[in-house]
Design a protein around this ligand. Structure first.
Ligand SMILES: Cc1cc2nc3c(=O)[nH]c(=O)nc-3n(C[C@H](O)[C@H](O)[C@H](O)COP(=O)(O)OP(=O)(O)OC[C@H]3O[C@@H](n4cnc5c(N)ncnc54)[C@H](O)[C@@H]3O)c2cc1C
Length: 317
């Protein structure tokens, strides 16, 4: 997981859309690898296929753990009818790890995960993705109206909630934190490059040399980057040691890193002034890309609620 976090962070420094595609692929692969049917992992591996998660639904929005779609058993197999609100690599992935309400399920969290091959009849991408940020990762809406056979199951019937929380969530949280750290590092590097080279000629120095407020912004950016890195490192250490409070770190790592990335990229935009509005510095791209992590589920608000519940000794759900 540490190696995964490091790779994801480095990809994100260069291209956050690519980092997010990689992150979703790794989350999907972890679920596939954990499936009782070992053949599915061998198949995806041998095909060197790209996979992704199709969890969030139009009806339950960011509450991805509660799909409102309901699978049904019919004479031909398992009938899926699910409207997914956002899927990274939509229409491009070879395989989708799909959640749907369990057959005959009673509660919102009674779900099952399936592996669906891209191009299956009834699997449709709804329009082109035109996001504020992460423009290169095709996070469009999709519909899945298809019939699957028993071998597509990634979990036992009703085992989706546990796999989403025990397998997909930790990998997503750690990877998402790494993505945000990569953005913040790149924004800091590009801001440093600009503010130490752009000059106020009439005053005889660079922006960083002449303007104390710019130095203060650089300081806040550096401290925020260091805080996110330290939190992630501490969380990875706790995971490696199987510490009892590792889950608190897993929940916190994304919240800390994504909110810091939003702050850091805002500082970057202000420190670089009008020059940041052009695409040459890449700062405006970091600013747009940074905003995605805080609204990707679990959103920051939901993470604060989960963490608050954990701290207060209350159940998460
Ligand atoms: C670029 C991008 C890529 C994505 N890729 C994927 C993907 O590959 N797979 C996938 O499954 N999903 C994906 N998503 C979806 C994502 O995980 C969220 O489900 C989605 O962003 C939530 O948006 P929404 O409009 O449905 O939010 P809403 O649920 O409508 O939330 C609106 C606001 O209410 C707040 N809120 C909601 N519930 C609570 C609560 N209980 N307590 C406090 N605040 C609350 C939220 O924090 C948010 O601020 C992606 C999203 C984006 C933006």
């Amino acid at each position: 997981m540490r190696e995964f976090a490091d790779s994801t962070r480095r990809f994100s420094q260069a291209c956050t859309s690519s980092a997010m595609i990689y992150l979703m692929h790794v989350c999907a692969i972890q679920v596939i690898a954990g499936a009782p049917n070992k053949y599915l992992f061998e198949k995806v591996k041998s095909e060197r296929a790209l996979s992704t998660l199709a969890f969030s639904e139009k009806g339950s929005r960011s509450h991805f753990w509660a799909p409102v779609s309901r699978a049904q058993q019919n004479g031909k197999g398992i009938q899926i009818n699910a409207n997914k609100s956002f899927v990274t690599s939509a229409g491009r992935a070879d395989y989708y790890v799909l959640s749907s309400g369990a057959i005959g399920g009673k509660s919102a969290t009674d779900s099952t995960l399936y592996l669906v091959k891209g191009g299956t009849s009834g699997v449709e991408t709804l329009g082109e993705w035109k996001g504020l940020g992460l423009r290169g990762n095709s996070s469009a809406a999709m519909t899945f109206a298809c019939t699957l056979d028993e071998s597509s199951r990634l979990t036992e019937e009703g085992g989706g909630f546990k796999a989403m929380l025990d397998i997909a969530l930790p990998w997503f949280q750690i990877g998402s934190a790494a993505v945000s750290i990569g953005i913040a590092e790149a924004a800091l590097a590009n801001t440093l490059k600009h503010t130490t080279s752009a000059r106020l000629e009439h005053m005889g120095g660079s922006l960083a040399e002449i303007v104390p407020e710019i130095r203060a912004r650089l300081a806040r950016m550096q401290l925020a980057v260091d805080s996110s890195r330290a939190f992630l490192d501490q969380t990875l250490t706790k995971i490696e040691a199987q510490a009892p409070d590792a889950m608190l770190g897993v929940l916190g790592a994304k919240a800390v890193a994504s909110e810091n990335a939003v702050r850091v990229t805002d500082e970057a935009m202000r420190a670089c002034g009008g020059a940041a509005f052009g695409s040459q510095l890449s700062v405006e791209r970091h600013f747009r890309d940074a905003r995605a992590a805080s609204v990707m589920a679990p959103t920051t608000e939901i993470l604060y609620d989960f963490i608050g519940r954990a701290v207060a000794g209350l159940p998460l759900f």
